[in-house]
Design a binder for this molecule. Structure first.
Ligand code: GDP
Ligand code: MG
Length: 471
């Protein structure tokens, strides 16, 4: 399906002119994309990043802060009138209340513009005065990137693949039953289509909750304002040749094509294609806790997400971007405050191994990539406990469920990441050396000194990689 690409290309080129004008004649804009699968920590990351760029006392790792070159920072109206604003104030208020809690999770794209006044480096200091750099932060679900693969598939191909996958999945039982009771060649009956789509959506949600990532179409999981519309009311059906017009199969096919044209392509055109720098957040500890299958799924999801950053592999995207590309991509394992710092190198090594693996397949055409472990908001303090004659380096915090204080030791991450990644790839059921525990902590009560943002781990390092060279 390449019918709409010409129109897409035109829209993009008109936009490019606008972008170039504002960048060269007025003030530089960095569009920073923040993505990751659901619950990977996007909302908390953006909230803390913005708070820590407004009050920079905890950001020594950002060179422009270390050199005292950022003279002012403030939030500004964003340039895009049709994208919801990232609700920074509400999210920060949730974290900084006397009884702090994690912000509500968001379900769609949102955007925020932060503007910095930056003095140039000493070399240029005599010539140039301070300049304004706008950072447009765009929050979007990683699930939507996975939809890119749909563009190259026909309805019959997508159905065949999806049905093959859900054959062996327990979560799909009700959908498979509904499918058996459906006559795909009968004339379209809307309630039948709706029931089937609902059963399919239920399956996708259950699979996602079980740690499965390949849950396309991504918008079924996060429908936003499209909930209940025909573009989200379809489901895979076994291949049919010669399906008559107006039968269920043909209508499902039509809706699948509409999903691609009206949902997937506009997302890539309006949001993805304009990003300069990207951070991909990964709840690696959560996956390790769920076991080898979840780790292997996470690896697959990262590789798939990365194909979106390799425009050569997709003709639609290649035409849309026309040489423009994301030039820096950071992969970050979030929630590192669940581990004592002595184990952070191991978590970073796991992230680096995952990235290397995905990156070597993805040939980024010159984009710089890096991987690190961070905590956007530190919810724990460190402690050492004696246990069975050993000293355990652990963390201490308030448990989310009970509100009680507890010390927590998740288990030991291996020094060599392949000790986790190899069994995961080989389809192991369980980890050999015991389990990794996961714990949900409530955010700690914050007493922020003037000039300081929320406490974090390596948020400044992440900001330096993503923005440092442009400040
Ligand atoms: N301890 C800790 N938990 C975090 C951190 N960031 C996120 N979380 C947890 O992960 C959950 C999901 O984060 P959120 O930012 O809403 O994820 P999103 O769905 O990607 O936007 C939060 O409700 C917290 O429980 C962090 O830096 N430290
Ligand atoms: Mg969110």
């Amino acid at each position: 399906m390449v019918i709409s690409t010409l129109a897409d290309g035109l829209t993009r080129s008109v936009e490019s002119v606008g972008d170039t004008i504002s960048e060269t004649f007025f003030e530089p804009v960095i569009r920073l994309g923040v993505t990751g699968l659901a619950r990977s920590g996007k909302t908390v990351f953006i909230t803390s990043l913005v708070a820590n760029l407004l009050d920079r006392g905890r950001m020594p790792g950002l060179s422009a802060v270390a050199d005292a070159r950022i003279t002012a920072a403030h939030l500004q109206p964003q340039p895009d009138d049709t994208i919801p604003r990232f609700d920074y104030e509400t999210h920060l208020a949730a974290l900084t209340r006397p009884d702090p809690h994690w912000p509500e999770s968001t379900r769609a794209v949102s955007e925020l513009r932060l503007s910095l006044k930056v003095r140039p480096t000493c070399l240029l200091g005599g010539v140039q005065g301070p300049r304004t750099v706008h950072i447009d932060i765009v929050d979007y679900p990683g699930e939507w990137l996975l939809d890119l693969a749909l563009l190259d598939k026909s309805y019959a191909e997508w159905s065949a693949e999806t049905l093959a996958r859900l054959e062996t999945r327990e979560e799909a039982l009700p959908f498979r039953t509904a499918l058996r009771e459906t006559d795909a060649l009968a004339p379209l009956d809307e309630p039948v289509a709706q029931r089937l789509a609902a059963a399919f959506t239920t399956y996708l949600n259950a699979a996602r909750d079980a740690g499965v990532y390949d849950c396309t179409p991504g918008r079924f999981l996060l429908p936003g304002d499209l909930e209940g519309s025909p573009v989200l009311t379809f489901a895979p059906l076994p291949p049919e040749t010669g399906a008559p017009r107006r039968c269920l199969w043909r209508e499902m096919e039509r809706r699948f094509e509409a999903y691609k044209a009206r949902v997937v392509k506009p997302f890539f055109r309006d949001h993805f294609a304009r990003i300069d720098r990207q951070i991909v957040l990964v709840d690696a500890l959560g996956a390790i806790h769920r076991g080898p299958r979840a780790v292997e799924d996470m690896r697959g999801a990262m590789a798939d997400i990365l194909t979106a950053f390799r425009p050569g592999t997709n003709s639609f995207l290649a035409r849309l971007l026309r040489g423009r590309r994301v030039d820096k991509i950071l992969f970050a394992a979030t929630k590192a405050d669940h581990l004592h710092h002595t184990q952070h190198p191991q978590l970073t090594a796991i992230m680096q191994a995952l990235t290397r693996d995905a990156a070597s397949r993805a040939e980024f055409a010159g984009a710089a990539t890096d991987a690190l472990a961070l905590a956007s908001v530190r919810a724990t303090t460190e402690d050492s406990l004696r246990h069975d004659g050993r000293t355990l380096d652990c963390v201490r915090g308030t448990l989310l469920e009970t509100g009680k204080q507890a010390a927590f030791y998740p288990g030991r991450l291996p020094d060599d990441p392949s000790q986790l990644l190899t069994p995961a790839r080989d389809g192991a059921e369980k980890w050999l050396d015991g389990d990794f525990q996961a714990m949900q902590f409530a955010p700690a009560r914050l007493t922020l000194k003037p000039g300081e943002g929320p406490p974090h781990i390596r948020l400044d390092r992440a900001a330096e990689f993503l923005l440092g060279d442009r400040l």
